[in-house]
Design a protein around this ligand. Structure first.
Ligand SMILES: NC(=O)c1ccc[n+]([C@@H]2O[C@H](COP(=O)([O-])OP(=O)(O)OC[C@H]3O[C@@H](n4cnc5c(N)ncnc54)[C@H](O)[C@@H]3O)[C@@H](O)[C@H]2O)c1
Ligand SMILES: [Zn+2]
Ligand SMILES: [Zn+2]
Length: 349
């Protein structure tokens, strides 16, 4: 095996990233080396690429970008027990410590000391990547690499949408980004009987229709968003709302359209603090709000594998672009373009 590989590296404090030749990493005793077959661009990668305030405070360049992938294991460390050379894997991005209280109570996804692939250590926008065995997820061979590479954000959508049953209920999804679009398909598979996807990008709202939305609402085209949602929901407030936009306006509209006794999933990451009408939005409404961080390990991954390998969900409409890793800059440009003309972008090393 060669000892050098191509990798997309974030260099010191500037916009963008560069393709460089670097050494192929060596797996430590509890790690595996993966030959990447497909890798997809996430919003987090875009933040690092842009070098926003969060990235400046968290990332220590030089660092290889990327955390969503599918690939084949080519080498394992000497203490690795369950993953073998030749296994076809993806990875949970959140690396838990296994010692804190959430970990000890089985809540690994909200570990107090989480390390994140592609954020706190080198990622997978490269020909090879090293990850701990503890987060390696053996894929079903029937799932093609470009599909298997987006299981992490699809898992976000599965956890967010199905944290309680959606069967026979109305679901309003705020956000027409990749996770909102995946959630639209997941709500459909989960048996929701009225699905309304709310966003502001015509290109993405068209994808929402393909993913199974009964109605879509472009917030820039209606006078009163809450009224438009209730009208689209046959005059009723929603049983379930998913905030997957990360916008204060979406939070305000979400609590307005949620029925008494309804469920809200709080998934979007807002730029700052928000004000809500605590009494009416929560207390008197008897609402249940779930904070959704990451994916349940590994309940969510099992469900993701099952909906994909059974063919119950078709996520191909969300994967709008496939390109060689060499064209990563074009991929990032597309991700940054407004109005959006991309869903998920998959890169092939
Ligand atoms: N909780 C988690 O574990 C987790 C994980 C990944 C991402 N996130 C967050 O989830 C959110 C969605 O991420 P993403 O990558 O799917 O999408 P994104 O951030 O790319 O897109 C969000 C979309 O929301 C739409 N939007 C903006 N304001 C809106 C409003 N008022 N009502 C309805 N839609 C509106 C925009 O059209 C935009 O396309 C982001 O805030 C992201 O930071 C959370
Ligand atoms: Zn991701
Ligand atoms: Zn922990």
């Amino acid at each position: 095996m060669a000892d050098k590989m191509k990798a997309v590296v974030k260099k010191n404090g500037e916009f963008g990233a560069v393709m460089e030749e670097v050494s192929i990493p060596k797996p430590k005793s509890d790690e595996v080396l993966v030959k990447i077959k497909a890798t997809s661009i996430c919003g987090t990668d875009v933040h690092i690429y842009e070098w926003n305030e969060w990235a400046q405070s968290r990332i220590k360049p030089p660092q290889i970008l990327g955390h969503e992938f599918a690939g084949d294991v080519v080498e394992v460390g000497k203490c690795v027990k369950n993953i073998k050379v030749g296994d076809y894997i993806s990875a949970e991005t959140h690396i838990p410590c296994h010692h804190c209280k959430p970990c000890l109570t089985g809540q690994f996804h909200i570990c107090e000391n989480l390390k994140i692939v592609g954020v706190d250590r080198d990622g997978c926008f490269a020909e090879y990547a090293v990850i701990p065995e503890s987060v390696a997820w053996a894929n079903d061979r029937s799932i093609p690499p470009e599909i298997a590479s987006v299981q992490e954000p699809l898992g976000n959508a599965v956890y967010c949408t199905t944290v309680t049953d959606v069967f026979g209920q109305s679901v309003v999804i705020f956000g027409d980004g990749p996770t909102g679009l995946f959630a639209t398909g997941v709500a459909r598979v989960g048996g929701a009987t009225r699905i309304i996807t709310v966003g502001m990008m015509p290109f993405c709202l068209d994808i929402a229709k393909k993913m199974g939305a009964d109605a879509t609402i472009n917030i820039t085209e209606v006078k009163d968003v809450a009224e438009a949602i209730i009208e689209a929901n046959n005059g009723e407030k929603a049983d379930i709302v998913l905030e997957m936009a990360g916008a204060e306006k979406a939070v305000a509209d979400a609590v307005k359209v949620l029925r008494k006794g309804g469920r809200m999933s709080a998934f979007g990451v807002l730029p700052g603090e928000v004000t809500i009408d605590y009494n009416n939005a929560l207390v008197f409404k008897g609402a249940t709000i779930f904070g959704i961080n990451g994916r349940l390990m590994y309940d969510t991954w099992t469900k993701v594998r099952n909906i994909l390998s059974s063919g119950r969900i078709d996520i191909t409409p969300v994967i709008t672009h496939k390109m060689p890793l060499d064209d990563f800059a074009k991929g990032f440009e597309l991700m940054l373009d407004v109005p959006k003309k991309a869903g998920k972008i998959v890169l092939f090393p």
